[in-house]
Design a protein around this ligand. Sequence first.
Ligand SMILES: [Zn+2]
Length: 581
Amino acid sequence: MKTKYFLYARKSTEDEERQVMSIEAQLAELDEYAKRENLEVIEKFIENKSAKSPGREIFNEMMAKVKDSKEPLGLLAWHPDRLARNSIDGGQIIYLIDTGKLTSLRFPTFWFEPTPQGLFMLQVAFGQSKYYSDNLSENVNRGIRQKLRRGEWLSLAPLGYVNNPKTRNIEPDPVKAKIIKKVFEEFAAGKHTLASLGERLSFFGVVSRNGTKICKSTLQGTLTNSAYIGVIDYHGEAYEGKYEPIVSRATFEAVQRVLKDRAKPRKNKKGHNFPFVGLLRCGECGAAITAQYAHGNGGTYIYYRCTKRLGPCSQRYLREDLVIAQLKQAISKVALCEDWTEKMLAQVDIWEKDTAQSSQTFAQNLQIKIKEIDAKLDKLVNAFLDGDIDKEIYLSKKDDIVRSKAEFMQKKADFGRKGNLWIEPLREWIKTAHHAEKLASSQNFYEIKIFMEKIGTNRRLLDKKVILDFKKPFDLSLEYTSIYDKKIFAQKASKNPSFCEENPQCPRWSGRLDSNQRPLAPEASALSQLRYAPSAIKTSADACRRLSGRHHFSSIFFFSSSESAESSLSSNLSKLFTALS
Ligand SMILES: [Zn+2]
């Protein structure tokens, strides 16, 4: 007669935790083993208690059933150490074998024969930690496979995450995750070196275990750790993590670009730390603008000048304060006043609500895409397992698929959270432009330089003038500032008494911009694109009221899933400006 089996699986104890032996994994392997070996399992016993000390309820229940059974039975477990790790339980099993109640013990990892030698080996295996540790490595690999399949983080949580023993995965630390997100964004914006990043983190209270600043090499590892976008990298293979990413894919990639750029050898020599070196090029010859100290007018001043490395050049020195004044002027051109900022942000809130609905459809489409990818992955794995494709192809294809899935998941998460991808950048842009107002009167030269790099390209110094092309969408501010400015002049010229009576603040651009301080004329190309209808607005107070007619605007927000977030941002920003102008 064929022996019937009881299957027994037991959870790991805390001190065995590192071998990541889950019940789920044990059961999966045991089921497979039973099938392969053609064993008939009549009952499963799953224990949550450790086998270290006697008194396991399920185990005792099983043993009682074995004793009461009319026919001899067999036991199936992953390894003898699952069954018994103390002499009492071990002795009980040996006794049942001796009395013929148990005729077979089967383990996928251990060969047992009911001979005196076999019994001796079994006793050794029971409760023998050495034997146990010999098998550790195999168990580890199996456990790791299982964990990766489930998208669980394998080891100590990376900075910004905490291990959650309940889910056996990691989750964002409520505080540190925010800090990590912030420093990634700052680093992506080029605000940091690895050293200053360490300082920034220690400013936020994030330090190494011994309380010192986190070292550069650790930070390098942190900045390149794909864990933050939800991808588990295990021996060069990418696995989809089933935990919440902290950093957006776009930010992460921007950080990688910055790191790559930094890796290139730097040409500039060390020396004085002049704030605006590297910001401008010579407008005449294209050489870099450098700085130096020079004496004059009874003091020592910083001067900026062309390096003249590219040949003869007639450009002359410019004193730092005169450079700064011009930079501030440029910044104030894109600065948004308080009033407009509030109105714009309010409108963005409305759009966000509307967009949330439209994007639901989009999210559903994403879900379909994700399912397709899953199916693709499934097919690929099958093809590999069936030996239809090489391991190399399999790995590279799998990598692609996992990464693109993570990308779609991120997109989906973004939609769920923000309504749409352009909303947050638009809001961010408005806040940045508003911040420019403060910046235009600040003495934080470092920040001014970074801001200049953000808003302008082709920055040059020509005939003591700072010239630049405004980047999108900052060019819009300039466009609308000049319209507004023209209107003020027109109104002042006609001595319109109703000018901004109701709201003298509105729509004032940066407080720095005096009405008699005309900004530079906008570029002809910018003016040709204007859709401004002067007759529609009599006073700037009218302009403010126009935006209150929210119905009109909320129905025309721009949304298209095929459009890039960047162009959506620009077109919606332009709508805001049109409404306010
Ligand atoms: Zn020059």
